[in-house]
Design a binder for this molecule. Structure first.
Ligand code: ATP
Ligand code: MG
Ligand code: MG
Ligand code: MG
Length: 477
């Protein structure tokens, strides 16, 4: 099943369950305190927090997302894109926990010819909050295997905004990819963030009013008057399962770029681990660049534009490390456009503009690289004339700061010349620069609308994304 078909299946399923289908909002977050739309719930924040009445009791969407906190995971895990699509269903004071669990189970396990995803029920595992008896009941009632319900403390499986107000437990669906990817979780402390248990869908039950406290250590003061359901399922993750692939980079919306990169580099995907990581980074970053420029982001040295700049530079750098020094974007971007235009026709309509921005950024970076390479080679020649050749932290920092030479490129090129780099000293100089920038930003900060609730929500989401979840087995027998 193609990614675009899975997406449509999601929308059709929830439309058939009386959900209003809401289009994706742009990647540029509708809320000014968050750079990017990082989750499907972002456009619904006021309804979830209860600060505004929702126009519909139930809604569903497939939301374009960018998560920069996952950039280092790309290509190394099986499941993280910088761009991805989060499929969501939402209830604002309508159905609650039981309804959300019934819907999720039906869609995941119904046969494909009956409109479902046809996942094997025996391979589904769910993590819940250990005090959530209702969720446990509902899960057992729909047919989840009791041994596959993992009950975790609040620390691990509880949503809040970082301040007094709405809060509630989560139930996260995982798919067991099988024993070839690691040991069985039952009774153990297996991290489902590993390769075997793939997190596919998070159900958030917005249920309680919480009081003051640090971290997850706060009292629950009572139940919310209007409870909400907020869910997010990873379209690319479900696609990688349904397409029988090993990771999300091998799905139909990403792999064509990798195939094209193989073509131009002459490296075969699946032969050398390091090359594979680079090819996956290229597949991911080209797509993210396409979608970001499509939504109006342009390269710059700060904020959103800097994220785009990094994505383009990492693409170019990865392709260089795969042996190609000529411009690559003109070969890769049209391939990504063709893969994405099925669901997002605007990237085809607007391609001329998108290409101009991407190609221009690549050219600028290539000029930078050319200038930097001359400086780099001078520094290497000098280092080589000494008994223990090392590039100093200052040299690496100047390459980075003045010539836009990323440290990994300096490291890689230096090692090709048999020269070490004083990376520690480089990092110290980088930190000092960051501290200066932070001080500047603080000094510049002026009063504006109070967006602290959103900032805290964002922090809470980011913290949640980073937190390892442990399978502790079902212990409440
Ligand atoms: P993980 O623990 O795997 O990083 P998460 O807990 O950070 O995922 P949530 O914030 O719960 O993810 O987001 C809801 C769903 O969105 C996840 O269950 C997953 O299916 C999907 N998702 C999250 N981050 C990504 C990503 N970087 N790329 C692709 N899908 C993602
Ligand atoms: Mg999650
Ligand atoms: Mg997680
Ligand atoms: Mg995460």
């Amino acid at each position: 099943m193609r990614t675009a078909e899975i997406r449509q299946r999601w929308l059709d399923y929830f439309a058939s369950k009386d959900h209003e289908i809401v289009p994706s909002v742009p990647l540029i977050s509708p809320d000014p305190s968050i750079l990017f739309t990082i989750a499907g719930m972002v456009p619904f924040i006021p309804y979830i927090l209860g600060t505004q009445d929702a126009p519909w009791p139930r809604a569903a969407n497939v939301q374009k997302c960018i998560r920069t906190n996952d950039i280092e995971n790309v290509g190394r895990t099986t499941r993280h894109g910088t761009f991805f699509q989060m499929m969501g269903n939402f209830s604002f004071g309508d159905y609650f926990k039981e309804g959300a669990i019934e819907l999720a189970w039906e869609l995941l396990t119904s046969p494909q010819d009956a409109g479902g995803f046809g996942l094997d029920p025996d391979r589904l595992w769910v993590t819940t909050w250990d005090q959530d008896a209702e969720a446990l009941d509902a899960l057992l009632r729909v047919g989840v295997d009791r041994r596959h319900v993992v009950r975790l403390p609040r620390q691990e499986n509880f949503w809040d905004t970082g301040q007094p107000g709405p809060a509630g437990p989560c139930a996260e669906w995982h798919y067991d990819r099988g024993p070839e990817f690691g040991p069985e979780a039952e009774g153990g402390t297996v991290d489902p963030g590993g390769d075997r248990y793939l997190e596919i869908w998070n159900l958030v039950f917005d249920q309680f009013v919480r009081g003051e406290g640090r971290g997850k250590d706060y009292p629950l003061l009572g139940e919310l008057e209007q409870k909400a359901i907020d869910t997010g399922a990873g379209l690319e993750r479900i696609a990688y399962l349904l397409q029988g692939k090993n990771n999300l980079y091998e799905t139909d919306e990403v792999f064509p770029v990798i195939a094209q990169a193989q073509e131009i580099t002459g490296r075969r995907y699946g032969a050398v681990t390091e090359d594979d990581v680079r090819l996956r980074v290229v597949g991911d970053h080209v797509r993210s660049s396409l979608m970001l420029i499509g939504d109006g982001v342009t390269p710059s040295n700060e904020g959103r534009g800097y994220v785009l700049r990094r994505l383009v530079r990492r693409t170019v750098r990865s392709m260089r490390l795969l042996g190609v020094e000529e411009p690559v974007m003109p070969h890769l971007l049209p391939v990504s456009r063709d893969a994405m235009a099925v669901s997002y026709p605007e990237v085809a309509r607007d391609f001329e503009r998108i290409a101009q921005v991407a190609y221009g950024e690549e050219e600028a970076f290539l000029r930078t690289l050319t200038a930097g390479t001359t400086i780099f080679e001078g520094a290497v020649a000098k280092a080589k004339s000494t008994p223990a050749p090392v590039l100093t932290g200052e040299q690496a920092f100047a390459l980075h700061d003045t010539y836009g030479f990323p440290i990994d490129l300096t490291l890689e090129m230096a090692s090709e010349h048999g020269v070490d780099v004083d990376e520690q000293a480089f990092r110290t100089l980088m930190q000092a620069q960051r501290d200066r920038a932070r001080a500047d930003a603080l000094a510049k900060k002026t009063g504006h609308a109070d967006t602290s609730a959103y900032q805290q929500l964002h922090q809470a989401l980011s913290a949640e994304q980073g937190a390892p979840v442990r399978f502790a087995g079902y212990t409440d027998a």
